[in-house]
Design a protein around this ligand. Structure first.
Ligand code: G6P
Length: 369
């Protein structure tokens, strides 16, 4: 069961390895339905989706980064404006209410106080269309929401979120495709294509897990470091943020993430031979831009650790280490590229010798202010 470690050393390790199953369970409803549609989000969803013309995502921590990833999908696939906001900020500021905004909260636990209060605040300002994406059935946030979509990660014990994040991304991709369909923007051909990508996802996640031995070798080099920089562009920028967060949370190495195009506006000043730079660089329309960002780092003596995919056409060079995920995965690539950054933080924490499942000062679910 979810509460036993089995052959694993830590719950985090077990939960990372459970992701092909967790993702597969979360896509099951879409596959069984043979397509996207409001019915996936319950009886009231058709009415809710008809009533909205914008999306506002509210969340904390890792769930917030899932929301940031979703913004790219919701705007590009559904053509609907989407804003993402940290719940603890939103709840305390004056907002311009838009009753046609779909309020989407994302929470693994469904009990995070700031997210709950942000939801209540939105409702008090007249936003009635509320969707909760949550991993714990019948928890407080889904109970306070009009419609709900449950991720099926299973109980997550490790404080640092892993399988909850990838299943949230699956749910959010499903939301983007469903909104596109409701708004008449999804052709049958596109729908078929996205379904095929979802079907292939558990296998692609498994393939990404198989590169673990190569990542263990990298982790040895990270353990003695004090700082690390994570870079990504476009939809992979939030994955760089999540990679930096994971490393901070469990290995206590200071890490920050930047959109690679922003390098020259500050972080480049930090780059020297003691600063490892992790780059998320699968083959997409921004790859050539990322490659020139890599040259900028290289020219300053930085050591780079690049997560590429089969199609990225990268080669190892002096100061440039490359690990390739075994498949190219198109629109779902951010989900697949989450796996290597999770594994890197896990193995770095092991090498550092921290309490991986219970990092100091952090809680699994923050129900106080
Ligand atoms: C805590 C956990 C994180 C989590 C965040 C939001 O900080 O340590 O892993 O991402 O809360 O939690 P939620 O349950 O709302 O997703």
């Amino acid at each position: 069961s979810s509460l036993e470690l089995g052959p694993y050393r830590h719950f985090m390790q077990k939960e990372i390895h459970e992701q092909p199953r967790a993702v597969s369970d979360t896509i099951e409803a879409v596959i069984d339905n043979n397509g996207f549609g409001p019915e996936l989000f319950g009886d009231k969803a058709a009415e809710v989706f008809d009533a909205i013309d914008a999306v506002k995502i509210l969340a904390c921590g890792t769930s917030y980064y899932a929301g940031m990833t979703a913004k790219y999908w919701i705007e590009s696939i559904a053509g609907i404006r989407c804003d993402v906001e940290i719940a603890s900020e939103y709840r305390y500021r004056d907002i311009v209410a838009n009753p046609k905004e779909l309020i989407v909260t994302i929470s693994q636990s469904g009990e995070t106080l700031d997210t709950m209060e942000a939801l209540k605040y939105a409702k008090s300002q007249g936003m009635e269309q509320t969707l909760s994406i949550c991993n714990v059935p019948e928890s407080a946030i889904p109970r306070a929401s009009k419609i709900v979509y449950y991720t099926r990660a299973g109980a997550e014990i490790g404080v640092a979120s892993t399988k909850a994040f990838t299943t949230q991304l699956v749910a959010l991709f499903t939301l983007a495709c469903t909104l596109a369909k409701v708004k008449g923007r999804l052709t049958a051909e596109q729908e078929h294509g996205y379904l095929e990508e979802l079907r292939a996802l558990p296998g692609s996640v498994q393939h990404a897990l198989n590169i673990e031995p190569q990542i263990i070798a990298w982790a040895e080099k990270f353990a003695p470091k004090h700082n690390a920089l994570f870079l990504g562009r476009g939809v992979h920028y939030p994955i760089a943020l999540e990679g930096a967060l994971k490393l901070k949370e469990i290995s206590y190495i200071h890490a920050e993430a930047y959109p690679a195009g922003e390098l020259k506006h500050g972080p480049l000043a930090l780059v020297d031979e003691s600063m490892p730079v992790v780059v998320i660089a699968p083959n997409d329309q921004l790859l050539e831009k990322v490659k020139s960002n890599i040259q900028e780092v290289r020219a300053r003596g930085g050591e780079m650790f690049v997560f590429a995919d089969l199609d990225s056409n990268f080669s190892e060079a002096e100061q440039v280490h490359v690990i390739r995920t075994p498949r190219h995965t198109g629109v779902l690539s951010p989900i697949v590229h989450t796996i290597p950054v999770q594994l890197l933080s896990y193995h770095t924490a092991l090498a550092v010798g921290t309490d991986v499942d219970k990092p100091r000062n952090l809680a699994k679910s923050v129900t106080v202010e």
